[in-house]
Ligand binder design. Structure first.
Ligand code: ADP
Length: 567
């Protein structure tokens, strides 16, 4: 295992890069969070402004409908009869109107002198016909109501009329006052003018008023507010770009019957009629989104999305980091390799050059010296040649251009011969090399030179990393359809975490014994490529300090085909 300090030293740059990216990601997440918060605030404001607009439109619509209805009803009663103070005619006209418009509760008529509405003021109340009273007046067989002077109502109505702040602009005015009993009622005043004079703005021509009180439950139509609310809600819902829905609240003391109360949702915005209108001063309209939590849901979704994006970015970061780490390792290995190869090339070259110089100088005359130098130059050249071959071979293998000459032949014999060859190399000096081979030949299809290379490579490693215990054991065993060749030594061994890596090109164990020995880290990579090309596999069993066993498994093609009888 790597010590933490070594890890930090080796990956310092990557750790810093990772830290910087992590901080950047977190900062982005924070910025996003605040952006979402701002959008929420803005959306909330827009939402409320929209609600306000809806409410304004709603209140205006109710106002217009109420005035229009009052004006419409009073126009059905002839204004001339007011001018003429024709109470009998008014009785008949109002009878007709009340029958046609059930939203009327009571009707009054006020007469006064032209322009003197504050002084001479006479009020008549319309008394509906009582069908149970046989003495009731009839007109064309229909019972007719009567106009009766009403002093008490006169006082209240006059006060209500005079309390209207601006009595100059319109024809129809509204007020709110108790006329009979203590309950306040909606009162509409409709002004009647002298027809010849058009100086209405100065109120000089006003000669009377048609006054009606509304039946709260039916004015200006049955369930009027409820329907208004429903209609607006419907409109809001069909508008898909605006997911708002509206509840309408209208509450007023003693008015709960006629208003549309939805107590389960608190209104976000409320509005009443303009106080100058005198239209139901206690009536309130309220709106709220149908799904008050909708926006915070959006907020949560958005935040979760942001969080997943951040996690995804972190995941990508980790992947990038790992990839970079791998690249880094490969680069490190290649540079180690260049250093090691330069060193390996230099040693034999230096020797060759030194002995060459000696010979060229002519100072060495003794024939035995000349021969000795010649041998040394040949040996060093061979070493150089071997090294260059390894490099060329690895590069051929990597490019997939190495060709094999497969032939069915005796594996036992090739191994035996290769071990013998190794025995005569200088590397094998003083080593005890045991061989445990089967009695019969083991026939398989393989490239003889390639298998020789495997054997020599594994033996050379076993000797190189022997750490003083000069014993190497080789064996060949038959299995059902494979042959297993093993090389065992009692040397330095390989740590568990290095065992996979030793087969990768240029890899050399992180061990002083290895680093101080000659080598390029190519041998085992070449062996593995050869084994793979033969359809076999290579493995290692080892414990650090307790030697290693490299096993090469090669297919021999079935039970019988591996053994050929010599005929
Ligand atoms: P080289 O021997 O040139 O370094 P190899 O590819 O032959 O390259 O081996 C790769 C690495 O595997 C060696 O550097 C060494 O760390 C390890 N190794 C190979 N064989 C043995 C062995 N028999 N015992 C211990 N370590 C070994």
């Amino acid at each position: 295992m790597l010590k933490p300090e070594t890890f930090v030293k080796r990956h310092g740059f990557l750790l810093v890069a990772f830290g910087v990216m992590l901080v950047a990601t977190l900062m982005l997440a924070v910025i996003q969070f605040f952006a979402v918060r701002r959008i929420e605030a803005e959306t909330q404001a827009a939402l409320e402004a929209n609600l306000d607009l809806q409410l304004y439109a709603l209140v205006n619509e109710a106002r217009r409908d109420m005035y229009e209805r009052a004006s419409y009803i009073t126009h059905s009663i002839s204004h001339a009869r007011v001018r003429d103070r024709d109470t009998e005619g008014l009785g008949r006209a109002i009878t007709r109107a009340t029958r046609r418009y059930p939203e009327i509760k009571q009707v009054f008529v006020a007469f006064f002198e032209r322009g003197a509405e504050t002084e001479a003021w006479q009020v008549f109340r319309f008394e509906p016909p009582d069908s149970t009273n046989p003495a009731v007046t009839r007109y064309k067989e229909i019972p007719v109501g009567a106009m009766i002077e009403d002093m008490e109502a006169s006082k209240t109505l006059r006060e209500a009329w005079l309390s209207i702040p601006d009595r100059s602009a319109d024809a129809t005015y509204a007020a709110f006052a108790p006329i009979s009993g203590s309950q306040k009622e909606q009162i509409f005043f409709h002004a009647v003018y002298e027809p010849d004079h058009l100086d209405r703005l100065n109120n000089l021509d006003r000669v009377g008023l048609l006054i009606l009180t509304a039946d709260a439950n039916n004015y200006p139509a049955p369930d009027y507010l409820k329907n208004l609310a429903a209609r607006l809600e419907q409109k809001e819902m069909s508008d898909s770009s605006n997911a708002l829905a509206i509840r309408i609240y209208a509450t007023e003391t003693n008015e709960t019957d006629r208003v549309f109360v939805e107590s389960s949702i608190a209104p976000l915005r409320t509005r009443g009629f303009d106080p100058n209108d005198r239209l139901f001063p206690n009536l309130e309209f309220g709106v709220a989104p149908r799904h008050p939590n909708g926006f915070s849901d959006d907020m949560t979704t958005s935040f979760l999305l942001g969080l997943s994006a951040t996690l995804l970015a972190l995941f990508g970061l980790v992947l990038t980091w790992r990839a970079t780490q791998r690249e880094w390792r490969v680069a490190q290995m290649k540079s180690d390799f260049v250093a090691s190869v330069s060193h390996e090339l230099k040693t034999p070259l230096t020797a060759i050059r030194a002995f060459g110089d000696l010979l060229a100088s002519g100072r060495t005359q003794k024939p035995e010296r000349v021969r000795e130098y010649g041998f040394l130059i040949t040996a060093e050249s061979n070493r150089l040649n071997g090294l260059l071959n390894d490099i060329l071979e690895m590069s051929q293998m990597e490019r997939g251009v190495r060709r094999y000459q497969f032939q069915t032949q005796d594996l036992r014999e090739t191994i035996e011969k290769s071990v013998e060859t190794f025995r005569h190399t200088s590397a094998a000096k003083d080593f005890k090399i045991k061989t445990d081979l089967p009695d019969a030949a083991v026939f398989a299809e393989f490239d003889e030179n390639a298998v020789r290379q495997i054997v020599l490579n594994l033996l050379a490693n076993a000797a190189k990393y022997s750490n003083g215990t000069k014993v190497i054991e080789t064996s060949l065993r038959r299995e059902r359809d494979a042959a297993i060749f093993a090389v065992k030594d009692y040397g330095i061994g390989i740590a568990a975490e290095e065992q996979r890596a030793v087969f990768t090109p240029f890899h050399r164990a992180d061990d002083a014994n290895v680093q101080n020995s000659n080598g390029t880290g190519l041998g085992l990579a070449i062996v593995r490529e050869i084994v793979k090309a033969h359809g076999g596999e290579i493995s290692v069993k080892s414990k650090l300090g307790a030697g290693a066993v490299f096993s090469v498994k090669l297919p021999v093609g079935g039970n019988d085909s591996g053994i050929r009888n010599d005929e």
